[in-house]
Design a protein around this ligand. Structure first.
Ligand code: MN
Length: 419
C-alpha cells in the first residue's frame, strides 16, 4: 500500500495525521499567538515556516501567519488556503527530503502541543445557530408541543435558525459560570430570579466562512462550499429554565448567550472529502429549487459527549454523527444569504443539536433525561438530569473508516463553575 505518511511521528490513534492538517491559533512562552497546523502531537508554526522560505510563491504574506486569529489567512479565499494545504502536505510527506532532512529548520518549525496554549481560532463577527437535526427537532416538539405533529410546518421547507451572540464564544478549556437568570419553575406562580437549575449542553458542529459576497448578492447551492473554510466542534450551552420562560415570541436569548464552547482546530472540507456522503431524501415535501441538493453535501463524522464530574470517572452520555443532519451546510449557507444577507470571513454557523434516531444518540441532556424524567446513571452512583457544578462536558469528533485516514477534531470541553 502506497499510503501517504509524514516524517513527523504520528501515533496510530492521533486525530491529526498528514491527511488532516487542521488550522488553529497557538502560543507558547516564547512564541506570540500565530497560525499553526496540527500533525500528530506537534504543531507546525506557519510563521516560522514562512520566515524560513518554505511558503514562497503562495498568495500569503508573513502578516497572515503572525496574526492572532485565522481571519487574514482565511480572507485569501478557498483556492489560496487549498494551495497552502497542498504545500504543507508536500513539506511533511515522509518521501520528500525538502524539510525532512533540514534538522536545524525542523527544530524551529515544530512545537509540541503539550507546550502550547490554544486560542479561539477566529475573530467572530457574527454567529448563527441552526436547528437542522430532524431527530432533535422531533424530540423537542414531542416534549413541549404535540407528539403527533412534532415538527412545525416550516421545518422541512427551510433550515430554521437564529442569530446568536458572537462575543461569548470561547475556546475549549475555558471554564464558564452557571448563569443567573429569570425563570418560572411554577407556571401558576410569578417568575423567580436565581442560578439556572436546568443547565444543559448541545452537541453541535460549526462551520467557519470565507468572506462572502457583497450585501444583496446571494450565494447559491452550487457556490456554497466555496465559502466554507472548515469545521469545529461546538457546544451551545443552554439554560433550559431561562430559555423556556424567555423565548416567546422572539426565540433564544439569555438562556444561550452566557457562553458557547468551540474546539481550537479547524478541519477543512478538503480533509473531510473522503467522508462525504449523500444526505436524506428531501422529497416529502420537496424542497424549493434554490435549496435542492445536486451533489452529496453531508459528512460522516462520529461524535461523542462525555460528562466528567469534579471527582470520579466520567461517562459517555451520547454517541451521534454529523450525518444525522437533515439540512447540510451548503443548504444552511444558501438559505442564510438568499435574501442578500452578507457573510464575512470568520463568521460561525452552528448546526443545531445533532441527535440521532436512537436514545443513546441524543445530543442534549434535555433529550437524554427526557426533560428530567429519565436520569442518567453515572459510574460514581450519582445521577444527571442536567449539568452540575464541577462537571466538565467534553465533545469529541472523528471521521474514520477501514482503509481511510482518521480525521479527528480534538475536543471542545468546558468546566461549569458555581454561579
Ligand atoms: Mn443550539
Amino acid at each position: 500500500m502506497n499510503e501517504l505518511t509524514s516524517w513527523v511521528a504520528v501515533p496510530a490513534d492521533s486525530d491529526f495525521p498528514i491527511q488532516n492538517l487542521p488550522f488553529g491559533i497557538f502560543s507558547t512562552s516564547e512564541r506570540t499567538k500565530r497560525v499553526g497546523v496540527a500533525i500528530g502531537d506537534q504543531i507546525v508554526d506557519l510563521k516560522a515556516l514562512h520566515m524560513l522560505g518554505y511558503l514562497e510563491n503562495l498568495p500569503f504574506t508573513l502578516a497572515d501567519f503572525e496574526a492572532p486569529v485565522l481571519n487574514p489567512m482565511i480572507a485569501r479565499g478557498k483556492q489560496a488556503t487549498r494551495e497552502l494545504r497542498n504545500r504543507l502536505v508536500k513539506l511533511l510527506d515522509a518521501s520528500r527530503p525538502d524539510l525532512r532532512d533540514k534538522e536545524h529548520h525542523v527544530g524551529q518549525i515544530l512545537v509540541p502541543q503539550s507546550e502550547a496554549a490554544m486560542h479561539l481560532p477566529v475573530e467572530i463577527g457574527d454567529y448563527t445557530d441552526f436547528y437542522s437535526s430532524e431527530d432533535h427537532a422531533r424530540n423537542v416538539g414531542k416534549m413541549f408541543r404535540d407528539p403527533e405533529n412534532a415538527l412545525l410546518p416550516n421545518w422541512k421547507h427551510l433550515p430554521v435558525g437564529y442569530h446568536g451572540r458572537a462575543s461569548s464564544i470561547v475556546v475549549s478549556g475555558t471554564p464558564l459560570k452557571r448563569p443567573h437568570g429569570q425563570m418560572r419553575p411554577d407556571p401558576a406562580a410569578p417568575p423567580t430570579f436565581g442560578p439556572s437549575r436546568l443547565l444543559d449542553f448541545e452537541l453541535e458542529m460549526a462551520f467557519i466562512t470565507y468572506p462572502g459576497k457583497p450585501l444583496g448578492d446571494p450565494i447559491s447551492m452550487a457556490e456554497a462550499e466555496d465559502y466554507i473554510f472548515g469545521l469545529t466542534l461546538f457546544n451551545d450551552w443552554s439554560a433550559r429554565d431561562i430559555q423556556a420562560w424567555e423565548y416567546v415570541p422572539l426565540g433564544p436569548f439569555l438562556g444561550k448567550n452566557f457562553g458557547s464552547t468551540m474546539s481550537p482546530w479547524v478541519v477543512t472540507l478538503d480533509a473531510l472529502e473522503p467522508y462525504r456522503i449523500p444526505g436524506p431524501d428531501q422529497v416529502d415535501p420537496p424542497v424549493l429549487p434554490y435549496l435542492q441538493v445536486t451533489s452529496p453535501g453531508h459528512f460522516d463524522v462520529d461524535l461523542a459527549v462525555e460528562i466528567v464530574p469534579e471527582s470520579g470517572p466520567g461517562a459517555v452520555v451520547c454517541r451521534s454523527n454529523l450525518k444525522h443532519m437533515y439540512w447540510n451546510m451548503a443548504q444552511q449557507l444558501t438559505h442564510h444569504t438568499v435574501n442578500g444577507c452578507n457573510v464575512r470571513g470568520g463568521d460561525v454557523m452552528a448546526s443545531g443539536t445533532i441527535s440521532g434516531p436512537e436514545p443513546g444518540s441524543f445530543g442534549s441532556m434535555l433529550e437524554i433525561s427526557w426533560r428530567g424524567s429519565k436520569p442518567f446513571a453515572m459510574p460514581d452512583g450519582s445521577e444527571r438530569k442536567f449539568i452540575q457544578d464541577g462537571d466538565t462536558v467534553r465533545l469529541t469528533g472523528c471521521a474514520s473508516a477501514p482503509g481511510k485516514p482518521r480525521i479527528g477534531f480534538g475536543s471542545a470541553e468546558g468546566l461549569i463553575l458555581p454561579a
